[in-house]
Design a protein around this ligand. Sequence first.
Ligand code: AP5
Length: 191
Amino acid sequence: MFNLVLFGPPGSGKGTQSSKILEKYSLVHISTGDILRIEQAKESPLGIEAKKFMDQGMLVPDEVVIGMISSKLDENPNVAGFIFDGFPRTVAQAQALDNLLDFKNNPINVVLSLLVTEEELKTRLISRGESSGRPDDNEEVIMKRIKEYHAKTSPVADYYKSKNKLVEVKGEGTVDTIFDSLCDEIDNAQE
Ligand code: AP5
């Protein structure tokens, strides 16, 4: 089994690259942002609760997302591995994920961290907001998401660095160039 975390700030290209990686390596994609948006669209109790946080650019409480991940792992018992996109986003989430995976004897193999300047993140997200209408892609909420990232999510990189699992990859350039760099690192981690 091969488990990969694709890590990076809002707009760093996690979703874009995940869809290419899972096609090439046959991994199961777990995106907490996508799961929460589906719950919102269904207007489920979870979706209604999560919307309050997401619309303000704040993280949804740990216990909610950890429960979602635990269910997703249980739903996919015999797979080649997982690509985690947008999770873990706090050190508590990273510790919970390690516990869940240790229990199954299938730890995280590598964490690929996309490096993108703040200027480029804002440009990408504002442009996506104009075309997709995603409600959290307006300038005010984007700034809050970036602030939340620095406060709560960037320590996750240190957590994995201390476990020698973090690999930084330049996240600017063409989608294909970045994909090639990510594939090189995945192949290295699989050797
Ligand atoms: P989530 O959906 O995970 O949002 P995010 O991390 O802010 O990530 P994005 O989807 O905005 O960006 P991305 O890195 O996937 O980039 P993308 O490929 O789309 O989370 C949304 C909310 O849900 C959070 O704010 C929070 O409230 C909640 N949430 C989710 N997970 C949570 C968790 N674990 N804990 C607590 N709360 C949680 O690319 C962005 C744009 O750039 C696209 O338009 C794309 O086409 C473009 N682009 C991509 N690559 C390039 C490139 N190389 N050059 C130019 N443009 C590019």
